[in-house]
Design a protein around this ligand. Sequence first.
Ligand code: ADP
Ligand code: MG
Length: 843
Amino acid sequence: MPERLPIHQIADEIESSLRRGDEARLVVAAPTGSGKSTQLPQIVLDRGLAGDGKIVVLQPRRIAARMLARRIASERHGRVGDEVGYQVRFENHSTRKTRIEFVTDGLLVRRFLRSPGLEDTSVIVFDEFHERGLDSDLALALALKTQSTARPDLKIVVMSATLKTDEIARFLGSADVLETESRAYPVDIHHQPLRAGSQETAWDGATRAFTQQRHALGDEGHALVFMPGVFEIRKTIETLKRSKGTRGLDILPLYGDLPPEQQDAAVEGGARQKIIVATNVAETSLTIDGVRLVIDSGLARIADYDPRREINTLTMQKIARDSADQRAGRAGRTGPGSAVRLWSEADHAKRPAGTLPEIERLDLSELLLFLKASHIGSTGDLQWITPPPRDALEKAHSLLHQLGALDASSTITETGREMAGLPVHPRFARLILAAGDFGCVEEAALAAAFCQGKSLWTRNPGPETRRWRERFFDDDDTSDFQPLLRAWSFARERRFDRDQCESHGIHAMGAREAGKIAKELTRALGSPRNSGTMTDGNALAKSLLLAFSDHLAVRKSNATLSCHVAGGRSGTLEKESVARNGMIFVCAEISEIEGKTLQTNLRLATLIEPDWLHEFYPEDFSREEGAAWEETERRVVRRESTKFRDLVLSSTQRGEPTKEKAAEILAEEVIGGRLKLKGWDAAVEQWIARLNSLAAWMPELELPTIGDDDRRLLVSQVCLGATRYKEIKDRSVFPALKDWLSAPQHATLNAYAPERLSLANGRQVKIIYENDGAPFFRAKLQHLYDVDENPRVADGRVPVVAEILAPNQRPVQKTADLAGFWANSYDAVKSQLRGRYPKHEWR
Ligand code: ADP
Ligand code: MG
């Protein structure tokens, strides 16, 4: 046992809480290094709180599971795999004897699938719960469900260094909360942003910061550098080693894929001072004693949803402010320390305070498939600390349905069950399963890897490299994955040699990584049902179709790369794609590029035979009868289209359309302004304006007005019985208008909104009605003599405006107040015009 740690001071409380009886729930909050991960499981075991059962400790990270198991085993003078063990994906070091078992949360979730009662387990400890990974939220929900049904004796402990205890305690209901005193020393924080002008890298910046701050280490302190990934860690170590300022110090990496001895070397104490360059495992999961200086790149690889590929991936991101504080805090555990942040204070202020839980950010199809495959069945039957967002769930449902994992009633299918057994995203599970059937597992696994990892092609190759790269392409290719597969084989044959790869336009690291991902995928499948080595081109294409049928696309014509895409979308096929040689394809990537307009690009395409759609999805076809305007013949044709889900695959012209349909489509063309009805002239518009005006002036008449929809109706009435433009071009519109009003309504219209009226001097004038505005008439000045007032319509309610014209017909004035005109303006008008038109009458 190490010297007493803070957690030992609350050992009695832990014991009494866990002995309280059924449905024991305990929350433990204590700062990093308090002994939560290494000591609490031992306290539980040694005080007999687990009975004969196992203590399962959940860790979000594999490296933490491995290292903590090793540490406890060595504290207890045992070996990993005996009393203390661990299990992570593809690695099992736990046996029947194992009492304390570290597992990753995804693994526990899968255990629930196999044995929902979790009979061999007495205590589940959720470590690092503040990280709020999707699997740990799900595992907690499952554990709570199990505890409240089959296993009231199951004990649940939730631990974290940074947990907001009241939130989680409230969620857990009856939980006890234990907190240790948190003692931390002050940490000086310096912001030293990378030099933007000189394009300083994170490793150069870290080395510079280290030499400046080395004094913070004192005689025995260590330094801890946070980098986002393995590549950056290697670069940092190289750069630090070259620097004079690091003489006399051990420089050690710390990340998941290191051999165990190297992991231990970084964490365990020793006489020499060291610089540890780590990923965010050292943020709270693993404790390194004696750190006095922290240098933080401010970056991490974080799981996030990638809308382009519609999967969850690790992306490099700026860490949130709470993570940065945790990282800095690592320098103040054993004494006062310093932290250097390689970003500006302004950048810091703009960062989010914390990261959202994964359940609010990630794709949920894997989670949903899991629940469907389990005895739980749906998300609604669980108690969630953060409920899964409805949109994301709906999307997941629809994807699982299209992948054939759920049937029409949303029940899991046999295929769905097999998919749930594979620890990969359902889309890739479907791909690999299909490939197992068709005998192309290796290619499919690589294709899946190309979808998930970095691009295999180097960017902006020179002309010579481009020529080399072209050798991977074949004129007969039907899938963009074919050249990629050839390039990958080429790279592997050359053992991913960087120079040889790059001279052929291949990303050596990307290729190596793809190989690794592919291997994991094939391993996940176990022994495929039918792993033939002989494959034809169609095997892979058919597998891809089964995995990407929701990404089916049909080109609008063979003259364009523009496509209709399943789901009511449209997009443009990448111009380099081999799918330009055909019409129907599935694509692995749909990316929206924000430019002047939003553009959707379709990438990694594979041509599809329509027959395959019939073969795999006979029920997803429908026929639709319709009609369409045929521009060259200037007529409406009947069209029969074949649809796959919501996508029109093909359509043929056949026979004559129905009368109603033809009229409707002709009307659309007229309304849209593409065809002209000669009969729809100014007189028609006047009639409509009269009617609408009168209806507005005298609402009590309850006249039926003519709005946009009614115009459509009127136009289609005019078009009725016709299929060709020449039949409607000269048709009269008035018959349709006549039918609009009853005979009494016609009479009312003529009475209150007459087309013409007589002025006080007996002259007839034509009234012009306007859709929005007063009605008016035009008259020469001489014709208005003896007309003292404006005439009125609408039963005297509305004066008709007079547009007064000079003898040359030019308007002189527009007025609704003729009396005022005679009294005030007439004399001036007269003296102006009289000289020019002396022969006219001037009173
Ligand atoms: P917590 O989980 O509360 O952060 P841990 O249980 O991981 O704390 O660590 C408690 C203490 O045990 C640390 O402060 C450290 O001194 C020691 N320790 C843990 N793991 C190791 C290890 N692999 N090598 C050396 N010391 C370790
Ligand atoms: Mg811990």
